[in-house]
Design a binder for this molecule. Structure first.
Ligand code: 5GP
Ligand code: ZN
Length: 115
């Protein structure tokens, strides 16, 4: 399968890693929309939230735990942050390997401005 994020997870394409455990990997977005812009991905390929099943649900818990750890470690738990999961065509998902955006490090725009 030709998947950009699978290649990043496997180290075939370079990325700036920010988190790595058994089932979850996170790295800096190549085109950051805020001072902190990380992408959290399941190591096993799942194309989007729309493809989620009960079997794949546990990794979501691990992703949220990873986000909690990273945001706490970097102090964003105090200042605040945003996560987003673009899904499918209407959600403007461009890379079809499920990923959770973490945006932080500045006052972000008003909720859902620009929709
Ligand atoms: P989406 O639009 O699918 O929710 O988000 C895909 C994200 O992946 C975009 O924010 C884009 O900047 C990021 N991205 C695309 N290609 C690469 C890459 O090769 N390396 C990294 N680190 N991020 C990428
Ligand atoms: Zn993949």
């Amino acid at each position: 399968m030709d998947c950009l994020f699978c290649k990043i997870i496997e180290g075939k394409i370079a990325s700036s890693k920010v988190y790595d455990d058994k089932n979850v990997f996170a790295f800096k977005d190549i085109s950051p929309q805020a001072p902190i812009h990380y992408l959290f991905v399941p190591k096993n390929h799942i194309s989007s939230l729309a493809q989620f099943t009960d079997d794949t649900m546990p990794v979501m818990e691990e992703i949220f735990a990873a986000i909690r750890n990273v945001t706490k470690q970097e102090g964003h738990d105090k200042s605040g942050f945003r996560i987003a999961i673009n899904t499918g065509q209407h959600g403007c998902q461009t890379v079809h390997h499920l990923h959770v955006h973490l945006l932080a490090g500045k006052q972000l725009g008003g909720n859902f401005s620009g929709l």
